[in-house]
Write a protein that binds this ligand. Structure first.
Ligand code: PGA
Length: 257
């Protein structure tokens, strides 16, 4: 089954609107000609509308860094999924930083995923274990539990729009990536196999699963060479035009472009 690789730059709390727009335009010029890889950048919510305007009609898509499940109401600091319609194609949910610093729960990731799908966008659902869980041999059951919880109530038809990102927490922003074989086997056993149990073979084989955690131009090819890895969710290396463009170029080359 061929799955279109997807490379997404998560800018986190970096790049205020003016810088975000300039950067998006520079990056766009570098990646627009690769057709075999889907690409997106995730600015802060404040920069979403400017970046969405700047990238209108471009194959470089826009991702939001979160969305609330309610359509409106007394939720200070939040942005409703519905409000992102027309601004974002993707919404990153369940990122470990949000789980760790903002007490994001599996139940809320699930509510948000359903809201994002209902609003016509594509959730990128991040899962991954801590170093302690990894060392205690708890990775597979823990990640399987995160995947199941995040997908509760999501129909087989909607799964075509879901992307999952496996990001071992100990590899995020640390410069310490999982080995590509480690990541591939965890993705196979904890993510793809859980999808198989929930939705059957076809959906398990067609769902795109990214790796995330210290992905750089120097290690991208190794990850992309793995059979279960369909792209990358990138933090640090997405903040430099040359680095992010190199990641996309490597993914495209390895996909036969
Ligand atoms: P990193 O971040 O590439 O800086 O490790 C990855 C992520 O948080 O998605």
């Amino acid at each position: 089954m061929s799955r279109t690789p997807i490379v997404v730059g998560n800018w986190k709390m970096n790049k205020a609107p003016r810088e975000a727009i300039d950067f998006a335009q520079q990056l766009e010029a570098r990646v627009r000609n690769f057709d075999s890889v889907e690409t997106a950048v995730a600015p802060t919510s404040l920069a979403l509308s400017g970046v969405a305007d700047a990238l209108q009609g471009s194959p470089l898509k826009v991702a939001a860094q979160g969305a609330h499940w309610e359509a409106s109401g007394a939720f200070t600091g939040q942005v409703a999924a519905d409000m992102l319609r027309g601004l974002a194609d993707f919404v990153i949910l369940g990122h470990s930083e949000v789980r760790a610093y903002l007490a994001e729960t599996d139940a809320n990731v699930n509510r948000k995923a359903n809201a994002v799908l209902a609003a016509g966008m594509q959730p990128i659902i991040a899962v991954g274990e801590s170093l302690a869980q990894n060392e205690a041999g708890e990775t597979i059951p823990f990640v399987r539990g995160q995947v199941r919880a995040a997908l509760a109530g999501i129909s087989a038809a909607d799964m075509a729009r879901v992307v999952i990102a496996y990001e071992p927490i100990w590899a995020i922003g640390t410069g310490k990536s999982a080995t590509s074989q480690q990541a591939d086997s965890i993705i196979g056993a904890a993510v793809r196999d859980t999808l198989r149990g929930l939705y059957g073979d076809t959906i398990a084989e067609s769902t795109r699963i990214q790796y995330g955690g210290s992905v750089k131009p120097g290690n991208m090819a190794e990850f992309m060479a793995q059979p279960n890895i369909d792209g990358a969710l990138v933090g640090g290396a997405s903040l430099q035009v040359d680095d992010f463009a190199a990641l996309v170029e490597i993914a495209a080359e390895m996909n036969g472009e």
